[in-house]
Design a protein around this ligand. Sequence first.
Ligand code: GTP
Ligand code: MG
Length: 313
Amino acid sequence: MSDTDLEDLPGVGSKTAEKLRDAGYDGLMSIATMSAADLSEVADLGNKTANKIIQAAREELDLGFQKGSDKMAERENMSKITLSSTKFDDLLDGGVETQSITEFYGEFGSAKTQCALQLAVNAQLPEEEGGLDQGVIFIDTEDTFIPERVEQMAEAKNMDPDDVLDNIFVARAYNSDHQILLGDKAQDIMKDNDIGLIVVDSLTSQFRSDYVGRGQLADRQQKLNEHMHTLQRLANTHNAAVVVTNQVMSNPGQLFGDPTSAIGGHIVGHASAFRIYLRKSKKNKRIARLVDCPYLPEGEAVFQVTENGIEDA
Ligand code: GTP
Ligand code: MG
């Protein structure tokens, strides 16, 4: 990647560069992947200027068409994180992928958080054991990041629980704007630390409570969309996995329609390459179903949640 500073882009003065940096956009890649509308808002610029800056950043980075072979090379960098269940891993052809967003959705108690915590532990495993040997960012919106539970899962894998906790950057998001900000901040952490997984548990709960009522639906979707784009950008630039959870309401009401369609609707759905629908089965058993994957067959896997974490049933 080139060493060009933001100030080297045509139309970007020191003031604009400062505004951009304040908003968390401090590299060419983050500019190149912005929309003109976002850039003009963030940096207080006209749309035309914003467009020019984005084009320049893209040219500088040589973005645009890519050869199939380059695309293949990118895919070859892709790695996977095990879910500690062979059935579950098989369903996903090895586990949760880097460079993509994977969404776990299901009703309360369906084990979305358990999957998220397990992945936060497993991402730190050595590669030959199904991990990435990398750290984790965990954006917690419901105060469900329980360190003791992480310790339990780590011990079950003979990992040092203190090390495991040390390698997870946890932030509690108090509202949806705060959550978006944390998504932007993740970029800073990833610059200085070797991060292979970003978790957002839950992706949608704060948005749901901040944007109530039909009139705010469009606003909510737009914000959610931006947030997802930020996450996807981080996944691509850092070869990281992104895992988000999304609660399906057991009593759908009128607002969101179909109970098996997750909150956030098609915007979250389209942005997620992998969507996994979780549902409860007998006792501690859970069923995972892979939905709408572009290149893996649909299917289901049964796993269980024990004191060790996720396991084969
Ligand atoms: P919401 O966030 O409420 O939507 O639910 P969720 O889908 O995140 O559910 P979560 O992952 O919190 O799953 C909760 C379930 O996991 C519990 O009902 C338990 O069955 C199981 N579980 C959680 N912790 C433990 C544990 O320490 N031991 C065992 N055996 N099971 C656990
Ligand atoms: Mg949860």
